[in-house]
Ligand binder design. Sequence first.
Ligand code: PLP
Length: 397
Amino acid sequence: MGIHQSYDDLRRMLRGHHLPALVCDLDAFDANLDALSERAGSQPIRLATKSIRCRALIERALAHEAFQGVMCFTAGEAAFLASHGVRDLLVAYPTVDRHDLQAVCQSVVDGANVRLMVDDRAQVELLANLAEARGVELSLCVDMDVSSEYPGIWFGVRRSPLRTVEQVIAVASAIDASSHLRLDALMGYEAQIAGLADKGFAQAWRGPVIRRLKARSAREVRARRSNVVRRLRDSGFPLPLVNGGGTGSLETTAKDPSVTEVTAGSGLFAPRLFDHYDAFHHRPALFFALPVTRRPTDGIVTCHGGGYVASGPAGEDRLPEVFLPTGGALLADEGVGEVQTPVQFKGPSALELGDPIFFRHPKSGEVCERFSSVLLVSDGAVVDEVPTYRGEGQTFL
Ligand SMILES: Cc1ncc(COP(=O)(O)O)c(C=O)c1O
């Protein structure tokens, strides 16, 4: 990972701004848009909005010719984005929340194309009843599991129970049985390839093993996804939309002729967990800046705030990293604190009270939940300040 930003430039740009602050480098963000587009080849990219959580930046991505439509993380988020004019929406995870589903029905009435995710006949029944009571037709997407199972290893995630063609067709037929539902899409998301890095592990043996598992799993995913798509089409479901992949798997997913689009979101901010893939290096584009407020001893400064730990299995890789100035490190005893975060530098630090320290979050969109706005910087200056979802009073999960 090359560092494109200079500490002195960023510090100068932030002078006079309130800290802590969330900062997006638009030049890096735009470079990442182009790089993702190139990696996806001729496949359109659906934007995973959970990895952005800021409408202005979602709109900036959608203005890029390679990006088409959004993948939402809740039905409520889909209704929110639809109310702001987004027309092509896929909700990536099943929901049984009637309030959110009613909001989606209204979006559909208002002309948005929202596909809801299902992987269980009970969800289908709930949606059929709701759509009938509301007098709307709902468009659905079936999520098929594309995890790989090897002796003693579940290589994938625990989401959809639908692993075989027969299981998928049973849910598709349940959808078909309702005059208020339409099966429009299939999703097969290979989390074990897209979300798992190739290198950077503490134990050296892990990298080669994971690379081999990923290559083998990619071949299996392609065969299984293609087979389900073919069988559904043979059974009379036209399936105009077949979605797969994520930032970490664009190269392999885009080559699967059965997919009609790929998904990406994290590659735009390029958080820490995406530093260790073989196939790509996106530019870090999102940082948070904490002010130095104390100097407990030579070589250690303490910042105000910082406890923004990422979701997932708890471990060191879920901690933010000190980005700029270079050479800073968290203290093992304290990590990032609820209100105080000490940072250690080798030798005495030249940082003054009030100076910012820039951190990168491990994941892409989560940190936006801790800030109400993002400062947009470009070409050496702050050019705008835009609200995050939180800043618009929207917290979906
Ligand atoms: C269903 C689904 N598709 C795609 C993605 C990939 O998103 P990103 O590119 O932000 O990693 C995710 C991420 O978790 C996901 O859950």
